[in-house]
Write a protein that binds this ligand. Structure first.
Ligand code: GLU
Length: 315
């Protein structure tokens, strides 16, 4: 398959851009709220800001708390989707759709109306189906998922935050309800408890902005993974996964987010957002205060400024 030319980045002073953005968003702290649905996340300092950029020509740029691990939460749903597509191919889409949900990420109502087929793999119901697929095809799915995160990020120290995982389980009644509901519709193969255990652990993966920008670089680089030196992500899937991120990646705010930021992104309630600019770079920003929809308030602003200042977006 022919390689599509990379986008020229030489004229951009990324260090200067990140510095300007850091100064510009200083006034935006205090406008959002740190996630409080589990006690383990409530304790995170609200004033953190980390940014990391990994480019397809092998360069990296960092700002602020870019090396500090945080709870990646729903960002993990992109990585599990990649694994499930590897196992099941296009057949996965019989069990989960790929349309924006227009509903909160943990809603049960839509699932009931649509007979147990989740709208997309990034709402919780869809992610549970995807997690079920991992367990169906691999009895060591938890360990292998951790290894994938380590390989893609090039960081062997990436680990599950056990306290967050426990907190997710202790307060995960809504996710348990969704999983049982999926099971009642025949859309989970594995034991509900096993699926929930892996789901809570994937959410509790602790990674830094730098880990995540490295891990997502293959999605900007036609599947090519510089750190692992191979092609862990099938080239043909890169377009698909980025498309689902663009249309479903930031909760119930995709339209406004695409208007402001203009690149495929996936956010998590830990305050992280990962973005992909095809044939150019991957970027991760972390700032724990969330807007009313669940996306990092400062993080969204950082990405908006980044794509505006660099003139890099998919549009
Ligand atoms: N662990 C969270 C939940 O399942 C993930 C939320 C998120 O980041 O979207 O409710």
């Amino acid at each position: 398959m022919a390689r599509v030319p990379l986008r020229p980045l030489d004229g951009i002073d990324f260090d200067a851009v990140l510095g300007e953005i850091g100064d510009a968003v200083a006034k935006d702290f205090g406008k959002g709220k740190v996630a409080s649905y589990i006690p383990a996340l409530k304790r995170v300092s609200p004033k953190k800001l980390g940014i990391a950029v990994s480019t397809v020509d092998g360069k990296e740029y960092r700002y602020g708390d870019a090396r500090e691990p945080f709870s990646i939460q729903s960002i993990s749903k992109v990585l599990t989707l990649i694994v499930a597509l590897h196992h099941e191919g296009e057949g996965l889409w019989k069990r989960v759709g790929r349309e924006p949900s227009g509903n909160p990420y943990n809603s049960l109502v839509q699932l009931e109306r649509e007979n147990g087929i989740p709208r997309n793999p990034f709402i919780n119901a869809g992610a549970l189906v995807v997690t079920d697929s991992l367990l169906t095809h691999d009895k060591d799915a938890k360990e292998n998922f951790l290894n994938l995160a380590r390989t893609l990020s090039g960081n062997k120290k990436v680990k599950f935050d056990r306290e967050v995982a426990r907190s997710e389980r202790d307060h995960g009644h809504r996710n348990a309800a969704i999983a049982h509901f999926l099971k009642s519709h025949g859309n989970l193969n594995c034991d509900v408890e096993e699926v929930l255990d892996l789901y809570f652990h994937q959410c509790a993966l602790a990674m830094s902005c730098l880990d995540l920008s490295r891990a997502f670089l293959p999605l900007a680089n036609q599947g090519n993974d510089m750190h692992a030196g191979g092609n862990l992500i099938d080239k043909r899937r890169v377009k698909r996964v980025n498309a689902v991120m663009l249309t479903c990646g930031v909760y119930d705010g995709v339209g406004n987010f695409a208007y402001r930021v203009g690149i495929p992104c996936k956010s998590g309630v830990g305050g992280g957002i990962v973005g992909v600019i095809p044939r150019a770079l991957s970027i991760c920003v972390w700032s724990p205060e969330l807007d009313a929809i669940g996306n990092s308030y400062v993080g969204t602003r950082v990405l908006e400024l980044f794509t505006s200042k660099t003139h890099l977006s998919v549009f």
